[in-house]
Ligand binder design. Structure first.
Ligand code: PLP
Length: 450
């Protein structure tokens, strides 16, 4: 039963009855007494879709099972890390083998070298790295490094890019083209937010204006390699090249936050996709094979500013944790197999395009934007969406209906229309075909309801 606080959804012809969710609902009630909103990360609370969160009991391959025993084909993939699917034997075995020797030492292990070597040997954009325990930490540290390196304080970010929840980055645009950030969370000091300049994506004039205004003050420009946390906002290569050029000319570092795109768009992430070398790059998600790992990397020269070599302090009790390193090693080793990305990306493209063809035939205002194995369902008739402003908030009502119809057909998408989905190596053509059929049915229902 949906015990949602979201009100009842109008019954639509063709809608499937709701799946049984008693156990999940019970667990959620209990969780609400322990955690704010019943969750340990806000989007999980299902506030943007119908019903209450499913409590997941098990994952295997492209499937997850909830506490009520419902099975779903999963496209959330733990928000990106699970590029091989759930619980892949190679990763699991390596983790278990490593754990036989203990779980943490707070001292160096050979496993850190091994994971670093896998990355550095196969990625021309980093010479030295530092492991952290989350993407947020990686980005926060990259910003500190840029500030320490340039001896400047301000950073430039883009509306529609997410970089984790550190103070400097929980800011949104004010009104105007180039603005001091306004805090997007209580608890972020106004003075911090003012060190962050916010401009829209896909707008070269805004970049020029920001550099005219803040020229010698900008330590870094930070952008998601391919913005994928607020819809999928593909940027043109010429735009990203311009960004790199203006950064170079002004002694400002370009940071690619590749926590979501790293090892996803290809082994070298968005930097490899565009053929653009950022000054600092951050990774997370896939890097840890489902365990908590992040990292930032740059040239040896820039990384030389990190403590203990340099004066920029950054540390972590569990940084480089052996079990997490083991998971990363096992997962990245699989990704380096020849043909891995080609096969995965082809499969994802076929999936996305077949859904698009259907929607186009039916004249639905619906687009599947995709790159590599990332896709985003957008209820729009625009040919492209390149900035946050181009997303119509009202279209999220349609996503809500789709989300519910898909859950009832055994398909799990992240519970927000602003989130992207992921195809993993574990999604076989059979399951993608099944998922596609469910998606087409859901689309018919959504558009019959308008
Ligand atoms: C997920 C994400 C982060 C934050 O990583 P966490 O591990 O959740 O702290 C930062 N930047 C981008 C681009 C992300 O996708």
């Amino acid at each position: 039963m949906f015990s949602g606080n979201e009100g009842e959804m109008p019954v639509s012809p063709g809608s499937k009855p709701d799946i049984s969710r008693e156990k999940s609902a019970e667990l959620y009630e209990k969780a609400k007494t322990y955690f704010p909103g019943g969750v340990n990360s806000p989007v999980r609370a299902f506030k943007s879709v119908y019903g209450t969160p499913l409590f997941i009991q098990k994952g295997d391959g492209c499937f997850v099972w909830d506490a009520d025993g419902n099975q779903f084909i999963d496209f959330c993939a733990s928000w990106g890390p699970l590029i091989l699917g759930h619980n892949p034997p190679k990763v699991r075995e390596k983790v278990i083998e490593t754990m036989q020797n203990g779980m943490s030492f707070g001292a160096p292990t050979a496993l850190e070298n091994e994971l670093a070597e896998l990355i550095i040997k196969n990625n021309k954009f980093v010479e030295k790295i530092r492991f952290t325990s989350s993407g947020t930490e990686a980005v926060m540290s990259a910003i500190r490094l840029a500030r320490g390196y340039t001896k400047r304080d301000k950073i430039l970010k883009f509306e529609g890019c997410y970089h984790g929840h550190s103070d400097s980055l929980l800011v949104k645009a004010g009104s105007g083209l180039v603005t001091f950030g306004e805090t997007s969370s209580l608890g972020v000091p106004k003075s911090f937010a003012e060190e962050t300049i916010v401009i829209p994506l896909n707008d070269i004039e805004a970049i020029k204006q920001a550099f005219t205004q803040f020229k010698d003050q900008l330590a870094a420009v930070i952008i998601e390699g391919i913005p994928a946390n607020n819809g999928l906002l593909m940027q043109e290569k010429s735009y990203v090249e311009f960004l790199q050029q203006i950064c170079n000319e002004n002694g400002t570092l370009l940071i690619f936050d590749e926590v979501i795109t790293g090892f996803r768009i290809g082994f070298e992430g968005a930097a490899g996709y565009y053929g653009i070398k950022p000054d600092i790059v951050t990774y997370g998600k896939i890097l840890g094979g489902g365990l908590p790992v992040g990292m930032y990397g740059a040239s040896a020269e820039i990384m030389g500013h990190i403590s203990p070599d340099g004066g920029v302090y950054q540390a972590g009790t569990l940084s480089g944790n052996p079990v997490a390193m083991a998971a990363g090693i096992a997962q990245l080793t699989e990704l380096l197999r020849s043909g891995f990305y080609k096969e995965l990306n082809n499969k994802a493209a076929e999936f996305a395009e077949s859904i698009q063809r259907f929607a186009t035939t039916r004249n639905y205002k619906f687009k599947v934007f995709y790159v590599g194995s990332i896709f985003w369902f957008a209820f729009t008739d625009k040919e492209s969406i390149r900035c946050a402003e181009d997303i119509d908030p009202a279209s999220m009502e349609k996503f809500k209906i789709m989300h519910r119809e898909l859950l009832n057909r055994g398909i799990y998408l992240g519970p927000s229309g602003y989130e992207v989905g992921f195809v993993s190596a574990a999604h076989t053509k059979i399951e993608l075909e099944k998922a596609k059929r469910a998606i087409l049915e859901a689309l018919d229902i959504v558009f019959r309801n308008k």
